[in-house]
Design a protein around this ligand. Sequence first.
Ligand code: ANZ
Ligand code: ZN
Length: 806
Amino acid sequence: MSVYDFSKIEKKWQKVWKDNNQYKMDTRDDSKPKYYCLEMFPYPSGKIHMGHVRNYSIGDVVARFKKMEGYNVLHPMGWDSFGLPAENAAIKHGVHPHKWTMANIEEMKDQLSMLGLSYDWDKEVATSTPEYYKWTQKIFLKFLENDLAYKKKSFVNWCPSCETVLANEQVVDGHCERCDTLVEKKELEQWYFKTTEFSEELLADLDTLDGWPEKVRLMQKNWIGKSHGAHVDFKVKDMDKTITVYTTRPDTIFGTTFMVVAPEAQLARDLVAGTEYEKDLDEFLTKMHTMTQIEREAADLKKDGRFIGRYVINPITNKEMPIWIANYVLADYGTGAVMGVPAHDDRDEDFAKTFDMEIVPVIDEDGKMINSGEFTGMDKDEAFKAIIEKLEKDGLGKSTTNYRLRDWLISRQRYWGCPIPVVYCDDCGIVPVPEKDLPVLLPTDVEFTGKGESPLTTSETFNDCVCPKCGKKAKREVDTMDTFVDSSWYYMRYADNQNTEDIFDSEVIDKWLPVDQYIGGVEHAILHLLYARWFTKAFNKMGMTKHVEPFKNLLTQGMVLMDGSKMSKSKGNIVSPVEMVEKYGADTARLFILFAAPPERDLEWSEQGVEGCFKFLNRVFRVVDELADIAKVNHEFGELTKEDKAMRAKTNSTLKKVSEDLSDKFGFNTAIAALMELINDLYKYKELDTRNDAVIKEAIEAVVVILAPFAPHLGEELWSMIGKLGSIFDIRWPQYDAEAIKSDEIEVVVQINGKLKSKIMIDAKTSREEMQEIALKDEKIVEAIEGKNVVKVIAVPGKLVNIVAK
Ligand code: ANZ
Ligand code: ZN
């Protein structure tokens, strides 16, 4: 008798898969229906963690099962390989980001192969390679051409001590992550993608994504933040100027007692120009620059502001009101100006109390209008409409819709990102690099000092170039793109990654989109998914695809916990996947992760649980090994005993359950539990003197097939042990025998006080308690005992249920 030598088995099958190109597929093959199974690609940090193992094990089961169901399955993997860590490694250890990244990719690829994942590596992409970023650059140019990319001034985080721009994630509590200096704001010209172009589509199409978790749709909805309200024009006193405010509460206009303007808004500058208040604005701005956006938007922000010497006239009440600049007003939301209604807005109330301003309530507790002229006495919702109507009639305002979503700032003052393909010419201005000159390659002669605005400025070969338009000397753009740009379209490139002519062939992409199943962490619920959706909509508008949504179904997997908290380096509660695989094998690691919790839930790591799964695989191995000779040959069922029938019923009902669990829900844990039960029954059945070889063969084959997607190496090994040729993943997922299950159902009569009232069909093995429960839920019985008191229920298994009721 042989033992379960997982290490030998896993190495053996990994080699077979590789030698046979087992997972190679052709995206242009139309002979089978398509299925696109996608897992979020990792940042190549060098080591995989349990979160990856979980993410990819889930995807692998889906991919393998769908393939066995007869689909042409696209199941690719790649690398989100631009980003800050590579640059930090370069600063720290002097190793070039490219070298560091490529070495990490190799290492992680080995680790993924160790897990036995069914990727077609011919589809691999790495976003930091010129073969990929050439197309990211072409996409940028297309956006530019179609007015979906533009440049404008905005503020970045600046560390005065490191003399460098910081990414938001490098600012911790307003201080530089590296040197703890207070971060300042610095104004630079930056590139934006016009995400707001599709605000309404991004919101409305959420309704079509019924394969997404409700919570993710809600998070996106809130992020887009649509609101209804009005633009209202206020005339500035003694100045030829009107200020337009955006308000969601036009019904409160009679309660407006001041106006507040964002200090950064051009408007503020215009209002103080040439007055003694100019220096107040400057002073206040300097103060603001030490605050982050998040702090500015916080509900508990300590309100601060300055009077700037001007007044506006309320268009409805004609009252004069002072204009202030205030820290809680944001320049890039609405119009950057707010009508202050301290009686009905908490922030305005805080502000009014701090600076001792008038507070005038205009709506009472019952929602009726007060102190509101001709609108007094109206219901506030009615007044909302009536006031907008009046403003519109008098040409003083307009009903509007507003979105919280802003345009996407994509410029990064970083080296390890995709170069933005434009040049600056004194005569021609911004000139796009012609497509034939793409990719604009990242230079290698860059110094990583951690100082300065953009590392690319230190290159001697990169900066100077020739203007493609006029041929005079020009300068290259030295900023690179946000890495979220790279990951917004990688799933499209996978399907056509060998294309050297274009971004992709639209016909291929139209066929493969949308992704049928996307799997990844909930931390990407907002940004990544929103950007990918926006890209798809932009591509659609530019005629590159017929689709408007990239991901049909989304699964956000839970975290892997240890002792109740997320596994993390800093907490020291990490289990290394590599060590796990060395100790128990990849199949055990995968099985445990899929068995321990439903995929959407958090999973608590348990060495005991792993041990249990390992034992289970041993148990499966032993029983198949023992019965392999029976399973190798064909047998007739012949006359079946009660036990034979029960075993057949178990085999087929398990197959049915597992098929259902894997088809549309992610019932991996329940499927594995069912397999465990089947194994238990098989252990008992095989000991019977009367055991039937055909029944054994049927059970063994079912066990091996069911196990295979979860524990693919062992699946293959057992398949060959029972004499099958070829890969188990090339067979069709078997149909269960409905007859074999049916024979188990019997008719049971239900009586009330000894009189026959109903007949029910139940499983012959249904327990006494379950029978009672089922009987009491039967429609006819429910009706018959309505208003009566059930005194006693007696069940005779396999025969009847009698209910005593008064
Ligand atoms: C008067 C008012 C009275 C307001 C009231 C609210 C309550 P949402 O719903 O998030 O869209 N606002 C407008 N522009 C702003 C800016 N740039 N910075 C800070 N606040 C701004 O928010 C819209 C409301 O937020 C607007 O309606 C405005 O205050 C404020 F009882 O106008 B409201
Ligand atoms: Zn020029």
